[in-house]
Design a protein around this ligand. Structure first.
Ligand code: DGL
Length: 264
């Protein structure tokens, strides 16, 4: 394995771009390949076996591209498939973990909320996280049904998105939540609207920055960090509609990017 090889990062769609941003900012020398599995989005509507198969297929694509490390930039895929990926693939694999621990440390009210897909909330991995770190606060879960689809449609602040968010946030706010964990990588794109609805007294946490730091640590530990001053490349692939992916990714990334087709 050479330090100049790329790092693979994937999500069911554009949500993982919120993680890619942190990785790109922290590790500008690294070459990054991003896959949006748009043809199979949302993962929340797939069975665990189907999600595992998609993750294996994409990890295989990354290893064919010579990836030296892999970031599962999707909470749902991490919750369901990261153990089996780590069994089947020998490269360092970094996954998402909802920010329950920092939220419990930050709450003054002693009540935190977790907004995530129902797949993440129902997973054994998430229950274990709450058992380990959540015992000193009240932890309230809320599935963010429909929010992934709104972000994929580029709809960040329409009346429909606003109403959906209000319906998801009200039960949390009524219980006195003062720290809100975004447990899905699509949701940071809704942060301005979430903050507006929840009010300034609610702290919003996501883990994109922590994942980038963990990736850096793993690269250093495995002596895989790119040579300083290398010019890192950035490539995008989508299994879904390439035209739609290209305009959405360019919009969210903030510059015009080319998206190539990932054969399913
Ligand atoms: N971004 C994914 C996550 O973090 C969305 C999952 C989905 O496609 O349902 O959970």
């Amino acid at each position: 394995m050479s330090s100049q090889q790329p790092i693979g990062i994937f999500d069911s769609g554009v949500g993982g771009l919120s993680v890619l941003r942190h990785v790109h900012d922290l590790l500008p020398d690294e070459s990054l390949i991003y896959v949006a599995d748009g043809a199979h989005m949302p993962y929340g509507s797939l069975t665990a076996d189907e999600i595992e198969n998609r993750c294996r297929r994409i990890a295989g694509f990354f290893t064919d591209q010579g990836a030296k490390a892999l970031v599962v930039a999707c909470n749902t895929a991490t919750a369901v498939a990261i153990e089996s990926l780590r069994r089947d693939f020998s490269l360092p694999i970094i996954g998402m973990e909802p920010a329950v621990k920092p939220a419990v440390e930050a709450t003054r009210a002693g009540v935190i909320g977790v907004l995530a897909t129902s797949g993440t909330l129902a997973s054994e991995k998430f229950s274990g996280l709450v058992r380990r770190f959540g015992s000193s606060a009240e932890v309230i879960f809320q599935p963010g049904s429909g929010l992934v689809e709104q972000v994929e449609a580029g709809d960040f602040d329409s009346d429909k998105t606003r109403e959906l968010l209000k319906a998801h946030l009200e039960p949390l706010l009524e219980r006195g939540v003062d720290v809100l964990v975004l447990g899905c990588t699509h949701y940071p794109f809704l942060t301005p609207l979430i903050q507006e609805i929840a009010g300034r007294s609610v702290t919003i946490l996501d883990t994109g920055d922590a994942i980038a730091v963990e990736l850096k640590r793993q690269l250093e530990k495995n002596r895989l960090t790119a040579v300083e001053g290398s010019v890192g490349s950035l490539q995008f692939f989508s299994s879904g509609d390439v035209g739609h992916s290209q305009s959405m990714i360019s919009h969210l990334w903030g510059s015009s990017v080319a998206v190539e087709k990932l054969d399913e």
